[in-house]
Design a protein around this ligand. Structure first.
Ligand SMILES: NC(=O)c1ccc[n+]([C@@H]2O[C@H](COP(=O)([O-])OP(=O)(O)OC[C@H]3O[C@@H](n4cnc5c(N)ncnc54)[C@H](OP(=O)(O)O)[C@@H]3O)[C@@H](O)[C@H]2O)c1
Length: 274
């Protein structure tokens, strides 16, 4: 398959370029293609005539989005809308990546694809607007929601905590739960999904759930570091955006494509990081 990838410079974009070895990837980072520029999107799709477009681009600065909603909506809603419009006009399927932030995080059980979205932050609202545009404009869509993505390439919570691992003590929030997702595992699942033509909305995240506190305790055990991990409530680490306290995702969708357990992703991350 000939695939046009946007957001190629990000964590997931990098993983896709490594993992999609059975496909030909035409990778565009932000400098090469800004998805908010409709004419540029049109030109890229016309030149490449791909079999599929895969959008891994996003404005992911969750707190900053509260200060600059327009920037979040441009990248997360207008950008996917441009891609959906242009690909639909040519009958090209579009795979778009979304997030657990479309949910309010008040659930007591893992979110599945048929749960109603109820975003509580500008980031979540802008990502939901992007999903809605893709659904409305291109019937041949795959929308894949994921959570807590990390990779050896790029900035993420795991990399931040790894950098702090030489300190005698670190404080980590213990009342936020999610499904940590190793980007290469997500890319492997996406490579499987794009061959199905089973269009729709999917949840794909590291299997199982954990708190940020247990995640970092497990990371430090795997790294063999002795730093004390101290559990604290989210109220001790206030943020500008309201982060969902519960971000565990599961899937009811067919075909059911499962990622490996989150512990396997973390172990592979540590292996490739050391
Ligand atoms: N990271 C997570 O924890 C997480 C969790 C749930 C869902 N997701 C979703 O997963 C997907 C991949 O995320 P990621 O972790 O790989 O994010 P990432 O590392 O931040 O990568 C996103 C990429 O998109 C680029 N970008 C931003 N605005 C753009 C635009 N207008 N046109 C083209 N490219 C643009 C960024 O470029 P610059 O760096 O130059 O701005 C960056 O290279 C996103 O849809 C995200 O919402 C991520």
């Amino acid at each position: 398959m000939h695939i046009l990838l946007t957001g190629a410079g990000g964590q997931l974009g990098h993983a896709i370029q490594c993992i999609f070895s059975n496909h030909e990837i035409i990778a565009y980072d932000r400098q090469q293609l800004d998805i908010t520029d409709l004419d540029a999107v049109r030109a890229a799709v016309a030149t490449q005539a791909p079999d599929l477009a895969l959008n891994a681009a996003a404005y992911n600065a969750v707190d900053q989005a509260e200060r600059d909603p327009e920037a979040a909506y441009r990248a997360n809603a207008l950008g996917p809308r441009n891609l959906a419009l242009v690909t639909a006009a040519r009958g090209i399927p579009l795979l778009h990546i979304s997030t657990n932030y479309v949910f309010d995080g008040l659930s007591r059980r893992p979110y599945h694809e048929f749960d109603p979205p109820h975003p509580q932050s500008v980031y979540g609202q802008s990502k939901l607007a992007g999903e809605e545009a893709v659904r409305a404009l291109n019937p041949k869509h795959y929308i894949v929601r994921t959570s807590w993505v990390y990779h050896t390439h790029g900035k993420n919570f795991i990399q931040t905590m790894r950098a702090l691992s030489q300190q005698p003590e670190v404080r980590v929030v213990s009342d936020q739960f999610g499904s940590p997702t190793y980007a290469p595992h997500l890319a492997t699942a996406l490579a499987q999904l794009v061959t199905t033509e089973a269009f729709g909305t999917y949840h794909m995240a590291g299997r199982g759930g954990t708190s940020r506190f247990d995640l970092i305790r497990t990371l430090y055990t795997l790294l063999g570091v002795r730093s004390q991990v101290k559990p604290v409530p989210s109220t001790a680490m206030p943020r500008l955006a309201q982060c969902p306290s519960y971000a565990v995702l599961t899937t009811l969708q067919e075909p059911s494509i499962h990622l490996p357990p989150w512990q396997d992703g973390l172990a592979q991350f540590v292996q490739s990081a050391l």
